[in-house]
Design a protein around this ligand. Structure first.
Ligand code: ADP
Length: 492
C-alpha cells in the first residue's frame, strides 16, 4: 500500500518534490521556481508565502503528474536552503518581514563588530561557526531591531522565528508545530552544538528572546501528520540541504566525505559522535540527530567552482554549454602550463583572503581556449583537494574515498582529475538528487519504510567510480604549479 517516500527539497531558487520508491530510485519529481527579491545591493529576500506555496504546489503537481496517490505515500522528509530565516506572528501566522536569505550581507557590519569585540572564540566554541552574516542569528536580530512592533510581539510571546524547515512545518501543520532539527539549528549561531540546545548566553548577546525559537527535534522521527487529500502522512525527516546530501550519500561513518560540485563546492566530512574543531578555517556543524544521538561534520566550501565554467562560457564565450567543457579539456594533453585561479570573490579555506582576485597564469602564444577550459576544471579539483587536506589534518581521519554530486559532477574529466590529484576513489552515485534522497532516507528510517542505515547504504548504486591513475610525482608537480598560481592571485 505504502510505496513511496516523498522529499520536499526547498532550495534557494526553486522548491522540488521528489518521490522515491523502496529501492531509493526517484520515480517522479516536480520543480517550482519562485522570485528572488533584491531590495538593495547585497540584500537578498524571499516572500515567505512563495516559499510555502511553491513547495506545496510542487507536491500537488507531483501527485497530479505521476498519478501517485496521497495514500501511497509512507512519509515525507523535508530538506531546505540553510540559514535563511522567517519571523512570524504566532496568533495570525503572518510573517512580519520577508525571509532574509543566507546570501544576504545586510548584517556584515554587525558581524565585524562582534569580531572586533573579541566574540569569535566564544561563538566558535559554542556553535562551531565563525561570526558571519551568512548565519541566521544576526538576520533575526535585524528583524527584531528594524521591523516596527516585532520586539513588542516577542515580549508578549507572540512571535516565532525559524529557518525554512520550521516555517514549512508551521504552515503544513496549520500552526500546530514549531520545530527544527539540530542540523538546521546548528547554522543559526544560537545553538550550542555540544549541549544540543539553544544557548542562553548567545541569545542574550544577540538580543533574541529564547521564546521565539523552535523546539529542536530529531532529524529522523515523526514531527506531525500532514493532511493531504484525506490521507494523513507523517512528516518524519528534517535536514538542511548539505546535511541531507551527506546522509543521501550514505556517509554514515567517521571520515566519510562528500563534495557537491555546483556553483561553489560544499564539502562535508562525517566526524562521528564528537565535534571536531578546526584550526584551518572549517566549520564544525551538526550532521543529524537520530534517536537522541548527535553526529557531527566538518564543513568547508569553495566559493567559486562551477561558476568558473559559467564565466568561461558566458563572459569569455569559449563554449555554448557547460557540458562542452568536458570534450574541450580532453582534446588537449594538458593545460600547456596554464593555471586558472577563479578567485572571483576571494579565496576561502585554507587561505581566507577576501581580497584575492582571479588570475590566469602561464599564457604563451600556443595557449588555446581548450587549455584555459581545462585549467578551469582542474582549478575546481585543486581547490577541493585543498579543503580536504585541511579536513584530514584537523580530524586526523583518513579519507578513503570521496562521494561526488552536484551539476559539475557530470563532468568526467573533472571527476577523473579529482581522483588523480587526491589519490583516492571518487564515487558518483546513479541517483544524483542526493539532497532529496537524504531527506527521504531520514523520513523512511523513522517510519520503518527502511529498517537500518545498512539497508540504506545498500540502496545506493554507483554510476561510476573514478580511480586515481596519475603517478605521485606528477601529482606533486601539478599541485606545486597550482600553489604558485595561488600565490600570485593573493599577491603574497
Ligand atoms: P547550484 O545548485 O549551485 O545552482 P548545480 O548543482 O545545478 O549548481 O550545478 C551548476 C553548476 O555546475 C554551474 O556553475 C555550471 O557551470 C556547472 N556545470 C554544470 N554542468 C557541468 C559540466 N558538465 N561540466 C562542468 N561544469 C558543469
Amino acid at each position: 500500500m505504502k510505496k513511496y517516500v516523498v522529499a520536499l527539497d526547498q532550495g534557494t531558487t526553486s522548491s522540488r518534490a521528489i518521490a522515491f520508491d523502496r529501492n531509493g530510485t526517484s520515480v517522479a519529481g516536480q520543480n517550482k521556481e519562485f522570485p528572488q527579491i533584491f531590495p538593495k545591493p547585497g540584500w537578498v529576500e524571499h516572500n515567505p508565502y512563495d516559499i510555502v506555496n511553491s513547495q506545496t504546489d510542487a507536491l500537488r503537481s507531483l501527485l497530479r503528474q505521476s498519478g501517485i496517490k496521497a495514500g501511497e505515500i509512507d512519509s515525507i522528509g523535508i530538506t531546505n536552503q540553510r540559514e535563511t530565516v522567517v519571523v512570524w506572528n504566532r496568533s495570525t501566522g503572518e510573517p512580519v518581514y520577508n525571509a532574509i536569505v543566507w546570501q544576504c550581507r545586510r548584517t556584515a557590519p554587525l558581524c565585524e563588530e562582534l569580531i572586533r569585540n573579541g566574540y569569535s572564540q566564544l561563538i566558535k566554541e559554542k556553535t562551531g561557526l565563525l561570526p558571519d552574516a551568512y548565519f541566521s542569528a544576526t538576520k533575526i536580530k535585524w528583524i527584531l531591531d528594524n521591523v516596527p512592533g516585532a520586539r513588542g510581539l516577542a515580549e508578549k510571546n507572540n512571535l516565532a522565528a525559524g529557518t525554512v524547515d520550521s516555517w514549512l512545518i508551521y504552515n503544513m501543520s496549520k500552526g500546530a508545530v514549531h520545530a527544527t532539527d539540530p542540523g538546521n539549528a546548528s547554522r543559526t549561531m544560537l545553538f550550542n552544538i555540544r549541549d544540543g540546545c539553544w544557548d542562553e548566553e548567545l541569545c542574550d548577546l544577540f538580543g533574541i528572546p529564547m521564546n521565539v525559537l523552535p523546539k529542536v527535534v530529531d532529524s529522523s522521527g515523526v514531527v506531525f501528520n500532514y493532511m493531504l487529500d484525506g490521507a494523513s502522512i507523517p512528516v518524519a525527516g528534517i535536514a538542511g540541504d548539505q546535511q541531507a546530501a551527506l546522509f543521501g550519500q550514505a556517509c554514515f561513518n567517521k571520515g566519510d566525505s562528500k563534495n557537491t560540485y555546483g556553483t561553489g563546492c560544499f564539502i562535508l566530512m562525517n566526524t562521528g559522535g564528537e565535534p571536531v574543531y578546526s584550526g584551518g578555517g572549517l566549520l564544525t556543524t551538526v550532521a543529524w540527530r537520530i534517536k537522541g544521538m548527535t553526529e557531527y561534520a566538518l564543513e568547508g566550501s569553495v566559493f567559486n567552482a562551477g561558476s568558473a565554467i559559467q564565466w568561461l562560457r558566458d563572459s569569455m564565450g569559449f563554449m555554448e554549454t557547460a557540458a562542452q567543457s568536458n570534450e574541450m579539456a580532453m582534446s588537449v594533453d594538458d593545460t600547456g602550463g596554464v593555471y586558472f585561479v577563479p578567485a572571483f570573490t576571494g579565496l576561502g579555506t585554507p587561505y581566507w583572503d577576501m581580497y584575492a582576485r582571479g588570475i590566469i597564469t602561464g599564457l604563451t602564444r600556443g595557449t588555446t581556449r581548450e587549455h584555459i577550459v581545462r585549467a578551469g576544471l582542474e582549478a575546481i579539483a585543486f581547490r577541493s583537494a585543498e579543503v580536504l587536506e585541511v579536513m584530514k589534518e584537523d580530524s586526523g581521519l583518513e579519507i578513503k574515498s570521496l562521494h561526488a554530486d552536484g551539476g559539475a559532477s557530470e563532468n568526467e574529466f573533472l571527476m577523473q582529475f579529482q581522483a588523480d590529484i587526491l589519490g583516492i576513489d571518487i564515487t558518483r552515485p546513479l541517483v544524483r538528487e542526493t539532497t532529496a534522497l537524504g531527506a527521504a532516507f531520514l523520513a523512511g528510517l523513522a517510519s520503518g519504510f527502511w529498517k537500518t542505515r545498512g539497508e540504506l547504504a545498500g540502496l545506493i548504486a554507483a554510476d561510476r567510480i573514478f580511480r586515481p591513475c596519475c603517478q605521485d610525482k606528477l601529482r606533486l608537480e601539478k599541485l606545486g604549479g597550482w600553489k604558485d598560481a595561488v600565490r600570485r592571485a593573493t599577491g603574497k
